[in-house]
Design a protein around this ligand. Structure first.
Ligand SMILES: Nc1nc2c(ncn2[C@@H]2O[C@H](COP(=O)(O)OP(=O)(O)OP(=O)(O)O)[C@@H](O)[C@H]2O)c(=O)[nH]1
Ligand SMILES: [Mg+2]
Length: 482
């Protein structure tokens, strides 16, 4: 395959032990031949075996290029002492000839090596261009390419594990299996329509109906996993609300493990929202502490209260902190109305003091203001931020609410990519159409059209039916050097 040769720094742009400049394309070996010299003078890279690594120097003559074989070089021509690895096509990440120069880390050095490589014939790679080439050269499908980026951006060990599975083909395998089943049915219908004398469609409706249900079941399972998938990837957007002085900021500080928010006994201490990202044994929570909600004339506090309401509205999870040592009042009514229908954990705080508010009182108030089934979204925990009581139960409750008690995705495909989710939804819709046509005893070519569109939608996930613009957009979000 013909392509120009690209280069980029593959490691982080910061001081580090080693930096890697990666080169890929037809000219990679020629370029390295010009600038690499081993200690013994041997440097003809074309003669080296694939998947070998070589110690030596990157050298460049001040006045020009080192192109002559055995051309002597001075100490002053040395750019850096390096290890250079060689991976010949097609057995490399991009499926092209690839050379990686391991130089000393540090922004100045890696940039200097990159500039030398570019002066000698490579072009600066665009973000994600190495992975894009791996995809365009057919080495990986689009879902695997996207997994590469997800691995780099993983925020917790579960997301990481899932992305590694996706890179190994978990999504690809599942999609390919479904597509094979669909295309088999399309082919059968088309051949039967072409050759009715030899292939009969008698009783075929029942068979297709079973197959359609089966495919719908698998698509639904993947779609359902996307809710967990989003949380897995982005973390749970959590907002702490409650009246002033209830102990919201104390709760945030306990979660973070340090005094991030100011805590005082003055009601109205927190005014602006404060956001922290917390890793709770692998579960990522993006937590916002907000201003206590109460009726106020104070202009600044008022803005804080409005913000708290807005954040609560957008949250995946609301933590409603109640000071159990003082009675519920009309401010609690307002909070309860505001969080109706949200997944909520009520922290009945300050249970180290004499209790005024019981769990039953909160249930009663909520039941009085909400429709009956909304109360089922609520979990209540007796807590004391002062004595660090309730935090373990809080963690278990989150596992129950978001991961059905068990955070394990070992054997299922979890959809974490919104693009995949949309394509799955389209595929699901088309299969529902097939089901409808079957129920209405429509002619066979009707099924065939919707089966085809389901097949095409699934193809988008693995990159078989995608436009060039979309491919460019996906890879433009990658980082440099990947
Ligand atoms: N006894 C007792 N006091 C607590 C507990 N939790 C918090 N407090 C105290 O309650 C007061 C208010 O705590 P904060 O965490 O600032 O409350 P807040 O909800 O953030 O208040 P605002 O920012 O004003 O809305 C502080 O004096 C805390 O030390 C608890 O479990 N028991
Ligand atoms: Mg506060």
């Amino acid at each position: 395959m013909k392509s120009d040769t690209i280069a980029a720094v593959a490691t982080g742009m910061t001081d580090s032990g080693i930096g890697i400049v990666r080169i890929s394309g037809n000219d990679s070996i020629n370029i390295v031949d010009k600038i690499y010299r081993s200690k013994s003078g041997k440097y003809h890279f074309h003669d080296f075996k694939s998947h070998t690594i070589h110690y030596g120097y990157i050298v460049e003559k001040k006045e020009g290029k080192c192109t002559e074989e055995n051309m002597p070089f001075d100490e002053s021509d040395i750019v850096d002492e390096v290890m250079v690895s060689l991976m010949k096509a097609p057995n490399s990440y991009t499926a092209e000839d690839t050379v990686e120069i391991n130089c000393h880390g540090g922004v100045l050095m890696v940039n200097k090596i990159l500039e030398t490589v570019i002066r000698n014939g490579a072009r600066l790679a665009e973000p994600g261009e190495f992975t894009k080439r791996a995809f365009l050269n057919g080495r990986i499908d689009l879902s695997r390419a996207e997994a590469v980026m997800d691995i780099i951006h993983s925020k917790n060990k579960f997301a990481l594990k899932n992305s590694v599975r996706q890179l190994r083909g978990s999504v690809f395998d599942e999609i390919r299996k479904l597509r094979n089943e669909i295309i088999y049915e399309i082919a059968f219908i088309e051949s039967a329509l072409d050759d009715p004398e030899h292939i009969s469609l008698e009783g075929y409706g029942d068979k297709l109906s079973k197959k359609t249900d089966d495919i719908l079941y698998h698509l639904k399972k993947m779609l359902d996993s996307a809710d967990n998938g989003k949380i897995l990837k982005e973390g749970i957007h959590t907002v702490i609300v409650g009246k002033p002085n209830a102990g919201k900021s104390s709760f945030l500080n306990l979660l973070v493990g340090e005094e991030k928010a100011i805590v005082t006994d003055i009601a109205g201490t927190t005014r602006d929202a404060l956001e922290e990202s917390i890793n709770l044994n692998g579960i990522c929570l993006n937590v916002i502490d907000t201003a206590g909600i109460r009726f106020t004339e104070d202009v600044v506090e008022k803005i804080g209260v409005e913000r708290a309401k807005k954040y609560a509205c957008e949250a995946d999870l609301v933590v409603y902190v109640i000071d159990a040592s003082i009675p519920l009042d009309e401010n609690d009514d307002e909070i309860i109305d505001m969080i109706a229908g949200k997944k909520t954990i009520v922290l009945l705080n300050k249970t180290d003091l004499d209790a005024f508010v019981t769990e039953d009182m909160v249930w009663e108030k909520m039941s009085g203001r909400w429709e009956k089934d909304l109360v089922s979204h609520i979990h209540m925990i007796k807590a004391s931020m002062k004595e660090n009581i309730g935090m373990n139960i809080f963690e278990d409750t989150i596992k129950d609410m978001f991961f059905q008690g068990e955070i394990s995705f070992d054997n299922e495909v979890v959809i974490t990519n919104m693009r995949h989710k949309e394509a799955l939804m389209d595929a699901y819709e088309s299969m529902l159409q097939v089901k409808k046509s079957l129920e209405n005893h429509m002619p066979e070519d009707f099924y065939s059209i919707d089966l085809m569109s389901s097949y095409a939608s699934l193809g988008k996930i693995i990159g078989e039916e995608v436009e060039e613009d979309l491919v460019n957009e996906i890879f433009s979000k990658f980082c440099m050097g990947k």
